[in-house]
Ligand binder design. Structure first.
Ligand code: DNO
Length: 352
């Protein structure tokens, strides 16, 4: 596995130097934030980002994300041009040495939480989700005030977007995803890039918006639309793991050759559709981190891994979920987990 760390660019309070000091860190995961979704990223901005990483002795082989514009997702009139722009970004990133692109196909909202500073018993705080609270913030009823959500739609724009998606429903979203994949995957293959869709977070529909990258059945369907290695997954344990119906160990095993990027984080499910984010180790939450890593290593996984959201600990403040300390602890745990599992399996083979 290749250990990576998300970096939000020059404005990130976590510097490249600090990232490099995390043991066994090989590279950053980043994006160009100055372009709107749907725009073609300039070659210059891509090579500048790569240079910054390389100067800090870090690779830049994973992009998270090249965002998919809403019009592609709902099939608007500019979708064909926007898909072409997306393909151009894949070509450019491939040329610059990027090997993996993470993206998602969630309508309107990306990840969704009801609380950004959930107080934990040990004095740390973390992101939390409570379905009742989220539903009480229905954007159709009141001005949207979801924590951490920084899109700048007006209430009316949001209303019309939501009604477009309600109309096309899940099947419409599948159809548009299929159009997107059929165009993008051949380009990715040629560019030497693996596409890695991020599951929906949380993995169920909200406010009547369809969400489809949610469970094993749907991931099977997704992978079969374009049965190419380049059409793969970001296996986000905290996203898929929010639904108790998802058997993550089974899924890790089943999809190991199509998982290009692994987001490791843990959550504690307190009730159906209620959880908060906890420290990475298995014992801290509801997710079997050891079982997932073991299933992946046993099945030959050799992709990129990053510690996902951390809690805010030791008085740190900063971008929610993306402070340094708890993610660095997560990284150290991940290194230990992989080392133990790899050595254990290696010994197993030798004894055979
Ligand atoms: C949240 C992230 C997501 C992810 C996108 C990928 O912290 O996991 O925002 O980057 O969904 O497109």
């Amino acid at each position: 596995m290749k250990l990576t760390f998300r970096w939000y660019g020059d404005k990130d309070s976590v510097t490249l130097e600090k990232i490099k000091q995390i043991p066994q860190m090989t590279g950053i995961v980043s994006a160009i934030y100055s372009f709107a979704p749907g725009e073609v990223w300039s070659n210059e901005s891509i090579s500048q980002l790569k240079k910054k990483a390389n100067d800090a002795d870090l690779d830049f082989e994973v992009v998270e994300s090249v965002p998919v514009p809403e019009e592609i997702k709902y099939g608007g009139k500019n979708a064909p041009q926007l898909i072409e722009n997306y393909c151009e970004n894949i070509r450019r990133l491939g040329k610059a040495g990027v090997k993996c692109i993470c993206y998602n196909f969630m309508p309107v909202f990306d990840w969704l939480r009801s609380e950004l500073e959930h107080k934990n018993a040990d004095g740390s705080n973390s992101l939390a989700y409570n379905e009742k609270t989220v539903l009480s913030m229905d954007p159709l009823v009141s001005e949207l005030s979801l924590p951490g959500w920084d899109e700048s739609y007006t209430k009316n724009e949001l209303k019309s977007l939501i009604s477009i998606y309600k109309e096309i429903g899940e099947e419409g979203l599948w159809k548009n995803l299929e159009i997107f994949l059929k165009a993008v995957i051949p380009v990715a293959e040629q560019a030497g890039v693996n596409m890695a869709i991020h599951p929906d977070d949380p993995p169920w529909g909200i406010f009547g918006l369809p969400r489809i990258i949610t469970c094993e059945e749907n991931i099977d369907r997704f992978l079969n639309i374009a049965p190419s290695k380049a059409n793969g997954l970001t296996f986000c344990t905290g996203s898929l793991g929010a639904s108790k119906e998802n058997d993550l160990v089974k899924m890790a095993k089943k999809y190991s050759d199509r998982i290009h990027f692994l987001h490791l984080r843990n959550i504690l499910i307190t009730k159906d559709r209620e959880f908060y984010e906890v420290a990475h180790p298995t014992e801290c939450g509801s997710i079997d981190m050891f079982g997932i890593v073991k299933a992946l290593v046993e099945n030959g996984f050799d992709g990129y891994v990053r510690p996902d959201h951390g809690r805010m600990i030791w008085g740190e403040s900063g971008r929610y979920g993306y402070g340094l300390y708890d993610r660095a602890l997560g990284a150290a745990y991940i290194v230990g987990l992989f080392e133990a599992v790899e050595k254990m399996l290696d010994r197993g083979n030798k004894n055979d």
